[in-house]
Design a protein around this ligand. Sequence first.
Ligand SMILES: *Cc1c(COP(=O)(O)O)cnc(C)c1O
Length: 453
Amino acid sequence: MAKLKYERPVIKKLNAGLMNKFGTRTEFEPVKHIDGVAVKSLIEKYGSPVFVISERQMRRNYQNAVRSFKTRYPKVQFAWSYKTNYINAVCNVFHQEGSWGEVVSGFEYNKALRNGVPGNKIIFNGPDKSEQDLRDAIKNDSLIHIDHFDELYSLISLCETINAKPRVAIRVNMDTGIYPMWDRFGFNYENGSAWNAIQKIIGSGKLRLVGLHSHIGTFMLAPSAYSVAASKLCDLMWHCKNQHNLQLQYIDLGGGFPSQNTLKGSYLPGTDTVPSIDEFAEAITTTILNFGFKTEELPLLILETGRALIDDAGYLLGSVLANKRLADGRRATIMDFGVNIMFTSFWYDHKISPAQDFTHHTEDQVVYGPLCMNIDCIRESVSLPLLNRGDHVVVHKVGAYNMTQWMQFIAMRPNVVMIDMEQTPHLIRRAEKLDDIVSLEEMPAYLKKIDLK
Ligand SMILES: *Cc1c(COP(=O)(O)O)cnc(C)c1O
C-alpha cells in the first residue's frame, strides 16, 4: 500500500446549531485536468498563474446558444462582444462559428477588422466614437448604433460632407422592470426620446435606419425583462412601418445573459439558480413572433451575448504561496493570483478547486491574492480542503471580462493558453515582461542619472 500523505493537524471550533458563516464544504474531487491536459503540466510549461481557455467549451456554448434561438425563430445572428474577451484567438473561434463582431471603441473596431471580420459584419456600439471612427465605419459599411443626440447630429453633418448614406440603428433604453435601469446608454423609450431620434434620422434623409438595439444590463436573471425589451423594440419597429412606411431589418437585443457563476451574497450557487439560455430564447422569440408581424416581415434577431458564451470556458490555474493565521484566529491562504487579474472576484464567489488529491479534512479560511494591498481578497470566507505551500488550484468560470479588465498593477499579466479540440494547448497571449511595460515609458534626460552614494 502506498504511504499515506502527511497532513498538518487542524483545530476546529465546533458549531452546534446555527450554520457557520463559511457555509459547507463544496470541493469533493480534485480538478487535475482541463480538457484532458494535466494542470500540473500546464503550470510547468506556462508558469503560475496562467489562464486556460477551453476551445471545446466555447464552441459547445456557442452552438448551444444558436440552437436555442434558431429552433424557435427563423432569422438569428450572433455578434461577439469584444469587450468580454478580445484576445484574437478567442474572437476567431466565435468568428469561425459564424459570429459577427460587436465593438464599443475604435480600438476594438480595428481589432475586429484585423481579425478579418468584414466591415459590414461589425456592429459599432457605445457612447464614444470619434469622428475618425465614424468615417471608418461609414467607409466599411458597418452598422453604427447611435447612442445620443450629439452623435446623431455629428453623423448627419459628417454625411453632408461625404457622399455616403450609412446604415444605422439607435440604442434604446427602457423600463423592463429591472432596477436600477440602464438609462445612461441610448435613447429612452418611455419619455419619447427614442421615437424623437427615429423621426430625426428619417427626417434628415442622410442616414439609413435599418435596425433597433437595446442592451438592458448584464448578468440579467429575469427572462421576462427581455420580453419587455423585445416588445418595446417591436412597437417602435411597427410605428416605423405604419407612420413612415419604413421596414426595419433587425432587432438587436444585446447581451446580458448570466453565466453560472455565483453572485456574492447569493444563498444558492449559480449552477442551481441561473436560468438557461433556452428560457431567454423562449421569452424573446415568443414575444417577437406573437407581436403581429407578417412572416416575411419578421426582423432578423441579433444577439450580442458575451459572458454566457465564454465564462465557463475560462480557468485560472494558480499556486499557494503561504498559509497563515490572522490575528483574530482565522486561517488565511495566500495565492499567487489576485484581483489584478481576477476583477470578477469583486462580483462573484468563484469556485476554487484543489488540483491534487486531498482528504476529508477542511478548513474555513480567507483566500488572499499576492498584492500588497488590502482589497486583494479572492474569497472572504470559504471552506476548502487543506492546502499547502506549492499546491495548485483551479479557479472556475473566469473566461468573461477578466482578460480585458485585468490591470497591470504590482504584477504583470500572465500567459493565456487555449486548449484546442484535439487537447493540444496553444499559447494565445504571452505573459508580459518588464521590457513590455517600460518600453512605454520615457525618462527625461535630467532624471537619467541618480546617485545614492
Ligand atoms: C458588454 C456588452 C455586451 C455583452 O454583454 P454580456 O453581459 O457579456 O453578455 C453586449 N452588447 C453591448 C452593447 C455591451 O456593452
